[in-house]
Design a protein around this ligand. Structure first.
Ligand SMILES: C[S@@+](CC[C@H](N)C(=O)[O-])C[C@H]1O[C@@H](n2cnc3c(N)ncnc32)[C@H](O)[C@@H]1O
Length: 265
C-alpha cells in the first residue's frame, strides 16, 4: 500500500492537454450542478450504460469480487449514480483527484493510471488479501487508510469526490465541505437521503450503549447544503424533500451535487 504525499502539487495543472475546469460531471449527464437521480434519468442512462461498458472492457479478474465492484455490477441505478461523478474523469487525464471513501473498484485503478489520484478510505469492506491484490495491480494509486478528517488540508486538488458517503455513512458532511473547499477546484458529492423514516440500531465502538440513529432525510440535509447554494450551479431547495419514487430498492434518494471550491479558476 503506497503512502500518499498529500501536500504535493502537480507541476502540470492540466486535465487533458490544457487545464480546464473538469466541468461538473453532473453537467455531462443532466445539465446541472445539482440534480436528483430519477427514474427518467436512469432510463436515459441505461440506453448507453457507459460505466457498464467500461467495467466490461477494463475490469481485471480479481476486481470482480470486490464489494464495491459487485455493487456496481449488480445495479444499474448504482452505475448511474457513480457515472454521474466519475465519467468525465475516466476519459481525461492530468487532474489531481482526491477520492474519499471511493472504495476499491476498477474506477480507482484506472483513475490512478490517468491522473494524480489519492484514495482516502478506511477500507471497511474487503479482506486484507483482496485489498493487497488490488493495490499490487494499482501501483500509481496513492492510498491513505484513515478517516478523511485526519487528512491534512494542505496541497491542492482539482476535484475532491465523495460518492455514497454522506450523510448516510458519515453525518459530518458540513465538516467535510469546510475541510476541503479551501483546497480544491470542486467537490463532487452524491448525497443520500431517506424520506421514509429509516433508522439504524447501532452500538458504540467504545461503549455498551445501543444507539438508534435516524438516517438523514431531506429536511435535515437541506439547510446544510443551502449554505453553499451560491457555489452550486442550478441549486434547488425543492429536491431535498422529494416524495417521488426511488430508483433504489431501499427507497433512498440520491442528490448529485457539485460545489465550487476556492481553487476553481
Ligand atoms: C457506502 S461505501 C461507498 C463506496 C463507494 N464510494 C461506492 O459508492 O460504492 C462507503 C465507503 O466509505 C469508506 N469510509 C467510511 N467512512 C469513512 C471515513 N470516515 N473516511 C474514509 N473512508 C470512509 C468505506 O470504507 C467505504 O469504502
Amino acid at each position: 500500500m503506497g503512502n500518499a504525499d498529500i501536500g504535493r502539487r502537480s507541476d502540470q495543472a492540466v486535465c487533458g492537454n490544457q487545464w480546464r475546469p473538469v466541468g461538473i460531471a453532473a453537467v455531462l449527464i443532466e445539465g446541472k450542478g445539482m440534480f436528483l437521480l430519477s427514474g427518467e434519468g436512469l432510463t436515459k442512462y441505461s440506453e448507453d450504460d457507459r460505466l457498464g461498458r467500461f467495467l466490461s472492457d477494463s475490469a481485471l479478474e480479481h476486481e470482480k469480487s470486490l464489494t464495491c465492484q459487485q455493487w456496481l455490477m449488480d445495479s444499474a441505478a448504482k452505475r448511474y449514480a457513480t457515472s454521474s461523478v466519475y465519467s468525465d474523469l475516466l476519459e481525461t487525464s492530468g487532474c489531481r483527484i482526491l477520492d474519499v471513501g471511493g472504495g476499491l473498484t476498477t474506477i480507482q485503478r484506472v483513475l490512478s493510471e490517468k491522473h494524480d489520484c489519492t484514495l482516502v478510505d478506511v477500507l471497511a469492506h474487503d479482506t486484507e488479501e483482496s485489498v493487497q491484490t488490488f493495490f499490487d495491480a494499482a501501483p500509481n494509486l496513492a492510498v491513505r487508510k484513515q478517516d478523511w478528517l485526519d487528512v491534512p488540508s494542505t496541497g491542492t486538488f482539482d476535484v475532491v469526490i465523495a460518492n455514497d458517503l454522506f450523510p448516510n455513512v458519515d453525518q459530518r458532511v458540513e465538516a467535510f465541505i469546510e475541510h476541503f473547499l479551501p483546497i480544491c477546484g470542486e467537490i463532487r458529492l452524491t448525497l443520500t437521503v431517506y424520506n421514509n423514516f429509516r433508522y439504524y440500531q447501532t452500538r458504540r465502538v467504545n461503549g455498551d450503549e445501543i444507539l438508534y440513529l435516524l438516517a438523514w432525510n431531506g429536511a435535515m440535509l437541506r439547510p446544510v447544503i443551502e449554505r453553499y447554494a451560491g457555489r452550486i450551479e442550478g441549486f434547488s431547495a425543492d429536491i431535498f424533500e422529494t416524495k417521488s419514487d426511488s430508483i433504489f430498492p431501499n427507497g433512498r434518494h440520491v442528490i448529485v451535487t457539485t460545489i465550487k471550491g476556492d481553487q476553481s479558476r
